[in-house]
Write a new protein. Structure first.
Lengths: 101, 101
């Protein structure tokens, strides 16, 4: 296992009116996660990166945290610090955003 | 865990002369994985998709299989069926391509 936690954030953009996570929002989330991880000095053990469609379009903006395979939905920029602090750093998923997949 | 196995294939393209997995090769790998998974009727439990840089550029074309976090390097199109059959369907990683990360 190269990373203790590996976060894949959907940046997929579908044509309107199809719902999708969205390229712009996804890219902002990726940047926010990278910054929050770096601020805590965790960047060698935790990685966040963009990815394609996670098959959770209806619940986006979506991401998944491995190795546990926890899916999050409707993730907003203001949720990033909480996910990093609670889940990535302290192994406590943010239940209110976890998708029942 | 939404998927029993979730394969993230790097399609990141860096400017030459930097080594990178490559957009074209990565996209071909994604298609080949999706097809090989579908041919075996495993598409509801196993997912393969594109992703950004996996931080294994020097060993690319690279991919990672979760939940186990197994990194593969120098993956060619002719390796796809073996990885799907051996690792994804039968839990036996293809050791000759596994990266020591």
């Amino acid at each position: 296992m190269k990373f203790k936690k590996h976060v894949f954030i959907c940046t997929n953009q579908k044509q309107s009116p199809k719902k999708s996570c969205g390229a712009a929002h996804g890219a902002q989330l990726v940047d926010a996660f990278k910054q929050a991880i770096k601020e805590r000095g965790l960047q060698t053990e935790i990685r966040a990166q963009q990815t394609g469609c996670l098959d959770a379009c209806a619940f986006g903006p979506a991401l998944v945290v491995y190795p546990e395979g926890t899916y999050y939905g409707n993730v907003q920029l203001e949720d990033v610090n909480e996910i990093v602090e609670s889940h990535l750093a302290n192994d406590k998923p943010v239940e209110r955003l976890v998708l029942p997949v």
